[in-house]
Design a protein around this ligand. Sequence first.
Ligand code: ATP
Ligand code: MG
Ligand code: MG
Ligand code: MG
Length: 564
Amino acid sequence: MRYSQMLIPTLKEVPAEAEVISHRLLLRAGCIRKLTAGIYTYMPYGLAAIRRVETIVREEMNRAGAQELLMPMVQPADLWQESGRHEKYGPELLRFRDRHDRESCLGPTHEEVITDIARREFHSYRDLPVNLYQIQTKFRDEIRPRFGLMRGREFIMKDAYSFDVSDKAAEESYRKMYDAYNRIFTRCGLEFRCVEADSGAIGGSFSHEFMVLAATGEDTIAVCNDCSWAANLEKAAIRPTGTQTEVAGDRVPAMERAETPGQRTVKTVCEFLGIAPQQLLKTMVYIADGVPVAVLLRGDRTLEEVKLKNHLGAKDIRLAEDQEVYDATGAPVGYLGPVGLKIRLLADQEVMGLGPVVVGANEKNAHLRNVVPGRDFQTDEVLDLRQICESDPCPACGGTLRLVEGIEVGHIFKLGTAYSEAMNARFQDQEGNDLPLVMGCYGIGVSRVVAAAIEQNHDDAGIIFPVPLAPFQVVILNLGIKDEAITAMAERLYAELGAAGIDAFLDDRDERPGSKFKDADLLGFPYRITVGKRFAESGLIEVRRRRDGFTEEVEAVAVVDMLR
Ligand code: ATP
Ligand code: MG
Ligand code: MG
Ligand code: MG
């Protein structure tokens, strides 16, 4: 490809709205352009990187025995009513009516559609096992789309669904996907961890997440320094526990007023509640009629909503969206989330005088009334929670743990029979028994992988694409467009690299050398070949590796072999 023929609108300025590095670099390198919140056009260079990921994903899915299909993006609401998720899914599901007044939605995921396929097409154990996948645009009306491709409303996902005759067979399908995912992310050249995760709302029996380690990750994971154990802490913190209790009922002791502000700390509150601090990494803030009324340190969201409604008699109880806290006028005043970071933010903004609120967890007798955040929570203590977690022994080997940030790029679930029971997708086994299909589902955020790769691979000058994801392996800079010998050599190398099967990109624009160097760094080609003054003088060509700047000057004949 020639630069003169490819639309790569690079930007010199960092767009103000872009908070994280991958978002900034994707915009600056002309990879994406925003249409509206969370919705982007993949420009030619960005799309080329996405296609690289897709190719790796396809090869490994096919190798694992999965078959590709493509399902519709528009889905009838009846299917979602059948599975019970029309109610449950919440506002991320974009719902609309067509001209015949039929209720529809845009697919945020495809369990319903695939289960509908399965109940029509699979009837006997002889039809199984089957694993079907697609690479397709998903729509989720995320409350806070942000970070460019990392959390879009429209994004590209690979989703796969397996169907088996038994639990044991389903576990074998799951294991195949587990292995395929490890190969996929290894082949992408990413540093990642596979973590145990709670399967949460989907209601399966177990699941794993694949996390790319990067400081901007939105998930906190505990990893063992001594073995391969890793877990998603936020997921671990919301595992359902024991019996539920009324919020602030008679049995619930009111919290004593602390003698001096800040005497009670998150830690002592935990002790009081009988909850280990490391279980408290999910904090939820509830708003009633516009005012924050409760801080749930751990809990089941819908249950707590119902209980609070009953207890407070408030009309409108809702979970603060994305843990943002609003005042009575609806203006955001703070941000509560995983305890470690976000309560502090509230303190920083001196909006701690929110209370009194209810603080609690989904535990019997584990709620406190009249708690004033800031007065009753010593916020400095909050940071200790991380240390408390880190001083826990590894559950697998007893080794030491460390907390790191991760970006969820993949997620595999063993679903069991939840969907097949609800939607009546059944088959006959060898003995003629009528049984529900046993399912698994497996997602990869294809477009998010590109963002995650950049989060992990960049420097001040721009992107450093891992070789397997780079749209082009090498860029040839022609620094003498008007010089016949230089141009002839640049063209020759371009042709020879192409013939050798190496994806080369020729910068044949009439631009100053300085801006060609800058763009080459920004776009992140793994190798850069410079044909310029030095070649004219001595016949030497510079080959430079983007990642570490390693540079060699070689004769033209040696170039192709070096890059092979
Ligand atoms: P998250 O926790 O980041 O919201 P999720 O758990 O809701 O993700 P899944 O339902 O597990 O997502 O979907 C499978 C994969 O799709 C995720 O592992 C992630 O890589 C990707 N993905 C999910 N939501 C988005 C999004 N808004 N933008 C880009 N990729 C996404
Ligand atoms: Mg999500
Ligand atoms: Mg998730
Ligand atoms: Mg997930």
